[in-house]
Every structure is written in structure tokens, then in C-alpha cells.
Design a protein around this ligand. Structure first.
Ligand code: BGC
Length: 329
């Protein structure tokens, strides 16, 4: 073999080894979840954060996402929104684990219950900052919580119901999920507000698993078993809507008082028709917006307060504009 062909042959072997090594390296990296779908474009961004909602296509969570995406755009952050198609704690937990394995710069999630979420958050927060949004796991080492003061929100609902029913009502409560921290707090705050009212009685408490259809079914069952019920309190965004649907179909809206949660367009429509009398207004967009700014400060090593409560207020029918201008947030 000539000297030239030996050199060419050696060069060929070296190239082959380099190609094989690269294929093996990137193959492993991909399989071990080290590479996220967005990595290609990461060089355009300063940070990569992920928001894990309770339910992906829930209108309430889309508002949190909208606020977060707005801040992300303003601050050059890549924000991914990944979560269960339908509310499910196990899928929620698995999603957070997967996101944490992808080594992002910050994770936003709810602290739905202390048993499942606290150990997971504590484990992740050793490496990646976690901010709880909407629902706190206060027993965890999360860096901060941003969202409604859920106990106070429940308390406000109770006081509004007392005022609107002149202190006389047989109440049924439909909660999104009675095992979730924020739903428990919304029920506890409500109970605290009505506890000294002789004329207010809580007749039944059921859960909707944050589904309109199930909220309607549960409300129907309650009314069949307890026809004396003349007021409903729905503690999450879709509960009041489900209750209102059922009442319009099977009962007389004027006989039953309904107070719900959140200001989704459907809720506002039922308020305009008078089927829902009041709702507890949260600020989901603000939660999303502020959470991004907070996480940027955490990434920069700046101080952030451990609890930031967004505003909560009662919206009544008289406060709802006749057209879509304001209420449909
Ligand atoms: C709650 C969210 C929940 C949503 C369900 C809202 O009121 O704050 O935690 O996921 O309702 O529809």
C-alpha cells in the first residue's frame, strides 16, 4: 500500500469512529430525556421554564398560561405548558418528574396535596427552583407561592352568601376535589364565615373532579335527595357552571341562589341571565404573569417573598356589564 492510501485509509477510520461516537452520545442523550423538544431554539432565550397546570385545556388554566406567556415574551423566556389532558394527580406528578429530568431552569406547579406533592417538590427543589401557583403546598420547601389566599376566598364567599340570602339558606357545596389543599381551604373559609349564622345550614358537600358535567350530576342528586336545598356554592371554576346548567334544565333559577368561583365567560353568561348570583373573582392572568417575573428573580439569586397573594373579590350580577367588554376575562 502506498503512503498516500495508508493516510487516506487512517483518515477514513478516524472519521468513522467520530461519527459513531457522536451517534451513540446523542442517542443516549435523547433516550435519557436530557434533550427537550425545545433545546434547538434555546440559544434564543435566557431561561427555560415549565408551567404544569392541573388540566391542560381548562379555560382557567389557559388564563394563567396567557399571563405567563406575556411575561415570558417580555423577558426572553421559553415557557412550556405541559400537563394532564384531564385533571389527574398521578399524571400531574409524572409530568413534573419528567420535566425535572429534562433539567429546565424553573418549574411552576400547584401543591395539590401535601402527601403527594410535598416530597416531590422537596426532591426537585434541591436542583431546580419550584414555585407553586394557584394552590400552595405550604409544608414543602417550594421557593414561593403565588395565588389566591384560598381560605380568605372561601370566607368571602360565605359572607357574600349570608348577605345575599339575608342569612337564611340551606346550602349545598360542590367542590372541585375535596382532597386538594385549596379546595379544602375554600370550604373551611366558607364554613368559618357562616358558623354563627342560625339561618344558614350546610346540607351536603360533594365533589365534581373539576368537570362541569359531574358538577351538574352531583347538584341534581343533591336536589333529589334534599329538596330543601335552595343555595349552592361551587368552589372551582367549572362547578358554578355545572350547577347553573342543571338548575336551568330541572329547577327554577329564581328559587335557588348560586355563588361560584372565577369569571370565565360561561359564568358571566349565567350571571347575565340571573342563574348565578355571585362569583369569587380570582386573578389567574396576574398569577401567571407575576410567577414568571418571580422565577427570573430566583434565577438571578435575588430575594423573593415566600408568599404573594393575588387579589380576590366578589363579583355580583349588578357588577357585570351587559356586553362582553369587561367581565369576560
Ligand atoms: C382553581 C383551579 C382549578 C380550576 C378548575 C379554579 O377555581 O383555582 O385550581 O384547577 O378552578 O376548573
Amino acid at each position: 500500500m502506498s503512503k498516500l492510501s495508508i493516510t487516506a485509509y487512517t483518515f477514513g477510520i478516524i472519521c468513522f469512529i467520530i461519527c459513531c461516537s457522536m451517534a451513540i452520545f446523542y442517542g443516549f442523550k435523547f433516550l435519557s430525556n436530557d434533550v427537550t423538544l425545545e433545546e434547538e431554539s434555546m440559544e434564543d432565550y435566557k431561561y427555560h421554564f415549565v408551567l404544569v397546570p392541573e388540566e391542560l385545556d381548562n379555560d382557567y388554566w389557559r388564563l394563567v398560561e396567557a399571563g405567563a406567556q406575556k411575561a415570558a415574551k417580555e423577558h426572553n423566556v421559553l415557557l412550556e405548558y405541559i400537563g394532564p389532558e384531564q385533571a389527574d394527580n398521578d399524571i400531574h406528578i409524572k409530568t413534573i418528574e419528567k420535566v425535572a429530568a429534562a433539567k429546565v431552569d424553573g418549574i411552576f406547579t400547584q401543591g395539590l396535596n401535601n402527601e403527594q406533592f410535598t416530597p416531590l417538590i422537596n426532591q426537585i427543589v434541591e436542583k431546580i427552583p419550584v414555585i407553586t401557583v394557584d394552590t400552595d403546598a405550604s409544608s414543602s420547601n417550594r421557593v414561593a407561592y403565588i395565588g389566591t389566599d384560598n381560605y380568605y376566598a372561601g370566607y368571602l364567599a360565605g359572607k357574600a352568601l349570608i348577605e345575599d340570602t339575608k342569612g337564611k339558606a340551606n346550602v349545598a357545596i360542590i367542590a372541585g376535589n375535596l382532597e386538594a389543599n385549596h379546595q379544602q381551604q375554600r370550604v373551611d373559609g366558607f364554613k368559618e364565615a357562616v358558623k354563627d349564622e342560625q339561618g344558614i345550614e350546610i346540607i351536603a358537600i360533594e365533589e365534581s373532579k373539576i368537570s362541569r358535567v359531574r358538577a351538574a350530576e352531583k347538584a341534581y342528586l343533591i336536589l333529589s335527595e334534599h329538596p330543601e336545598v335552595n343555595a349552592f356554592y361551587g368552589t372551582s371554576a367549572l362547578d358554578g357552571i355545572g350547577i347553573a346548567r342543571m338548575i336551568e334544565k330541572y329547577d327554577q333559577p329564581s328559587r335557588i341562589y348560586v355563588i361560584g368561583f372565577d369569571t370565565l365567560p360561561e359564568t358571566i353568561d349565567y350571571m347575565r341571565k340571573g342563574t348565578i348570583e355571585a362569583t369569587v373573582a380570582q386573578e389567574p392572568e396576574e398569577m401567571g404573569y407575576k410567577s414568571i417575573k418571580m422565577m427570573i428573580n430566583v434565577s438571578k439569586g435575588k430575594y423573593v417573598p415566600s408568599i404573594v397573594h393575588t387579589n380576590t373579590s366578589i363579583l355580583r350580577v349588578k357588577d357585570v356589564p351587559l356586553n362582553d367588554e369587561k367581565g369576560d376575562k
